[in-house]
Design a protein around this ligand. Structure first.
Ligand code: BES
Ligand code: MN
Ligand code: ZN
Length: 526
């Protein structure tokens, strides 16, 4: 998808489809006389073209509601699409992001390959939220243009690469029209960034979408290496031998039952001119890359097992974030470790009751021993060694992402992903990043009492903590391996795959966490 900025007046724009935003001004429900929705543009020609439609009451401007008008009078555009933002008082940059996605997804199946999207404009006749026509900072042209472009990329993705007749194809050209009064420098920078971010999120989604037979750990390693070469990241991809050399007994235990060898993927980003060991933070991104999770000997039930091809979404999120980091070049060192393996039952597979020894942090110290209760709790095993390795490579701050537990989905549904932190300062940075990314994570607690649940009589810890608080005991398991390093854990099991298509996003891989991890990383830049 090509993206471009335009400052032209809307009425004269030649295009197949011009999308404009509208908001619902209705306040106290039912009591007052029904007020028509307002168009979020001051252009008199567009106002006139839509006036009858808005007055008709057919279009309520609910969030992501759409209505198409052919041959709009007084406009050069062939079609005018109204996209609802929902209640005017509640409009945020996230409403703009999804409205742009909705516009793209409206356009795609109609065989229209180009789209012009008018950014919301704050003229005094348009909105009460901005008296006198001043633009609220949270909805500045730069911020809303960024959201629109991100949303357009999100909307443009469909998981149909393996269909002989691809259904909707891509929207080839997306133009954002900005009021001529907008501040140009910040706007242009945000616009360029947004395309990088949108493409990186879609890169992650394209990996998550691949089935287990097309994306083995080895192939994931190749994809990571190819991306790294394209954007100029350092990259090493290791396999079985390196796992043994590093004594990654936890990671290997997951892989040992599969005919597919594991891949230990390491990516490095160094800002220009950064001296090594200068005492500045080194951010370590660690991702779960289970290319298929059958459960192993603790085999999963058949229903929905096909979904477990997306069990590498945490790893893909890290690869997507690293791609964006390489292109946006924040002044902070970042390394990523993705632990890719296939969890399979086999004569060579690990068994419940086995004891594994995790990677030691220092070569002269012993690794922690893990009693395997359930071979389906494999994500924490690969992450244990991944986190230790990231620390050994010099990470001073850690973040991991994983489709780790069904329990997290039970707790938070498919609305919020789970987040954990062992340190309030690192959490504050992540929380601030969420305001920019627009992604929903909810912080869940950690605590000694939960850690009790994973104590083992046989080894140092066991890999499951019983029925209750399963997302938390999984996080406590990981905490054992980060020790005192400031760390954030993201459990994205409920959000990595969109189960019900929405107007702005297809059913399928979501690319969740890419944007938040990226913003968190950028918050450390000098
Ligand atoms: N990959 C699954 C978690 C998962 C479940 C991801 C649903 C996405 C959707 C993970 O490896 C797993 O199997 N976890 C077990 C842990 C249990 C055995 C302690 C679970 O959640 O049931
Ligand atoms: Mn599992
Ligand atoms: Zn899993």
């Amino acid at each position: 998808m090509r993206t471009q900025l335009s400052f032209a007046p809307l009425a004269g724009i030649e295009t197949e489809l011009l999308a404009v935003l509208a908001a619902d001004t209705q306040t106290a429900k039912g009591r007052e006389a029904k007020a028509a929705p307002v168009l979020m543009t001051a252009d008199p020609a567009v106002q006139a073209a839509a006036a009858a439609l808005l007055a008709s009451g057919e279009f309520k401007a609910g969030a992501n509601e759409t209505l198409l008008l052919h041959a709009p009078a007084g406009l050069t555009a062939k079609r005018l699409l109204l996209v609802g933002l929902g209640k005017q008082a509640k409009v945020t940059v996230d409403s703009v992001r999804s409205a742009a996605g909705t516009a793209v997804r409206f356009t795609k199946p109609r065989g229209i390959r180009e789209l012009v999207f008018a950014l919301l404009e704050f003229a005094s006749n348009v909105t009460e939220t901005a008296p006198g026509g001043t633009v609220p900072e949270a909805l500045s042209a730069a911020r809303s243009a960024r959201a629109a472009v991100e949303g357009a990329f999100v909307g443009d993705f469909d998981p149909d690469t393996y269909r002989s007749e691809r259904k909707d194809q891509s929207v080839e050209s997306f133009t954002v029209v900005v009021p001529a009064t907008a501040e140009k420098a910040a706007l242009e920078a945000a616009f360029v960034e947004a395309a990088i971010i949108g493409e990186s999120q879609n890169f992650a989604r394209s990996l998550v979408n691949e089935p287990g037979n097309k994306l083995t750990p080895t192939i994931l390693g190749e994809r990571a290496a190819r991306m790294a070469a394209e954007v100029g990241l350092g990259c090493e991809v290791y396999s079985t031998e390196k796992l043994h050399e590093l004594k990654m007994g936890a990671f290997w235990s997951v892989s040992q039952g599969s005919a597919e060898p594991p891949a230990l993927i390491v990516l490095r980003y160094e800002p220009e001119g950064a001296a090594r060991d200068d005492g500045r933070p080194v951010l370590g991104l660690v991702g779960k890359g289970i290319t298929f999770d059958s459960g192993g000997i603790s085999l999963k039930p058949g229903a929905d097992m096909d979904k477990m091809k997306y069990d590498m979404a945490g790893g893909a999120a890290m690869l997507g974030a690293m791609r964006a980091i390489a292109l946006l070049k924040p002044r902070v060192r970042v390394l990523a470790v993705v632990c890719a393996a296939e969890n399979m039952p086999d004569g060579k597979a690990q068994k419940p009751g086995d004891v594994q020894t995790a990677m030691p942090f220092a070569a002269d110290k012993p690794g922690k021993t893990i009693e395997i209760i359930n071979t389906d709790a494999e994500g924490r095993l690969v992450l244990a060694d991944g986190l230790t390795y990231a620390r050994q490579l010099g990470a001073t701050h850690l973040i991991d992402a994983a489709t780790l537990t069904g329990a997290c989905v039970v707790a938070l549904g498919m609305v919020n992903a789970g987040a954990f932190a062992n340190d309030d300062a690192i959490w504050a940075k992540f929380d601030a990043a969420l305001a920019t990314s627009g992604e929903k994570f909810w912080r869940l607690p950690l605590g000694e009492e939960y850690a009790e649940q994973i104590k083992s009589e046989i080894g140092d810890i066991k890999n499951t903590g019983g029925r209750w608080g399963g997302a938390i005991t999984a996080a406590e398991f990981l905490r054992v391996f980060v020790e005192e390093t400031p760390w954030i854990h993201l459990d994205i099991a409920g959000l990595a795959w969109v189960e019900d298509a929405k107007p702005y996003i297809a059913k399928g891989p979501s690319g969740v966490a890419v944007r938040s991890i990226l913003e968190w990383v950028r918050s450390y830049a000098e």
